[in-house]
Design a protein around this ligand. Structure first.
Ligand SMILES: NC(=O)c1ccc[n+]([C@@H]2O[C@H](COP(=O)([O-])OP(=O)(O)OC[C@H]3O[C@@H](n4cnc5c(N)ncnc54)[C@H](OP(=O)(O)O)[C@@H]3O)[C@@H](O)[C@H]2O)c1
Length: 266
């Protein structure tokens, strides 16, 4: 039986520092500001050191820039080692870094699949590999993996991105099952559309799109609970869940129609 002292619990700034990946823009940048306002010392990662420095200049004593390409597992391990040596344990991690590359299924490029898998999947796995042995040993910690509502089912042009995001939900679920007895809390974030630079090249209609600030609010609130899934805006993500709960022979034509992919090609 799990000892009560090993029950996963929501972490607070007293437990250590927070780490947000993908913090140089969009959701990660907005979330960093929320966590700082809650009193967290926040380590922030992304590839662009300059943008991280700029964000850190807003709260020099609370934000620690830790630039890294998450698809390089050795570099991620080195960053985690350095952060913990210099600033104490990473109590709460939000694995948010990700990229969105649209795939034209009739003319796909292998490189676009590979890049997406490298960052979204391999990169998140690199962060998990660096974090869970340390947290498990401490019998304490909280990790939120940022997936997407795209994970719920297939969408046109998302055959790379959607595949990684669906895999991340599964990864989070496996980790949640296994790490419970080590006192490590695993959560999964599945946002609908959020207005960030990642959406700039997405020509889809974006119903119920929320601002990065609203998204960060919802995630910050979710981090204060121990529930598995943090999803928003709910009226959109629950509607998607309902559609994808239909048999595939219904939902696939429905999604095709709703997204305009039912029109014949010229
Ligand atoms: N926007 C949406 O509608 C939406 C919806 C659902 C889920 N999401 C998810 O939310 C997360 C944040 O997205 P966003 O919309 O805020 O996008 P964004 O503004 O483009 O931010 C993506 C972040 O990831 C970082 N990043 C990309 N590749 C990286 C790498 N190899 N190593 C380290 N960092 C890397 C980027 O910084 P650098 O380029 O400097 O490395 C940036 O800080 C993503 O996982 C995305 O899939 C977004």
């Amino acid at each position: 039986m799990t000892s009560p002292k090993h029950t996963p619990r929501v972490q607070t700034p007293k437990d250590g520092i927070a780490w947000v990946t993908g913090a140089s823009s969009g959701i990660g940048e907005a979330l960093t500001r929320k966590l700082v306002a809650q009193g967290w010392k926040v380590a922030i990662s992304a590839r662009s050191a300059e943008k991280l420095e700029k964000l850190a200049s807003e709260a020099l004593d609370q934000i620690i820039p830790a630039p890294v390409d998450i698809s390089d597992a050795d570099a991620v391990e080195a960053v985690v080692v350095k952060l913990e040596a210099e600033h104490g344990p990473i109590a709460q991690a939000v694995l948010n870094a990700g990229i969105y590359i649209t795939i034209d299924a009739a003319n796909p490029k292998f490189d676009d699949y590979a890049k997406t898998f490298d960052v979204n999947l391999k990169g998140t796995a690199a962060c998990i590999t660096a974090l869970t042995p340390r947290m498990s040993k401490r019998r304490s910690g909280q990790i939120a993996i940022v997936s997407s509502a795209t994970a719920f089912g297939g969408m046109p042009t998302a055959s790379a991105y959607g595949a990684t995001k669906a895999a991340l939900v599964n990864m989070a679920e496996c980790l949640r099952i296994e790490l419970h007895r080590y006192g490590v809390l695993i959560q999964c974030v599945t946002p609908g559309f959020v207005e960030t630079p990642a959406q700039d090249d997405n020509e889809f209609p974006k119903p119920f799109m929320v601002s990065a600030d609203t998204a960060a609010d919802r995630i910050a609130k979710g981090l204060k609970s121990d529930r598995f899934e943090v999803t928003f805006p709910r009226r959109f993500t629950w509607m998607l869940k309902l559609i994808y709960a239909l048999p595939r022979s219904w939902h696939i034509p429905l999604v095709r129609k709703q997204t305009g992919w039912d029109k014949p090609v010229e």
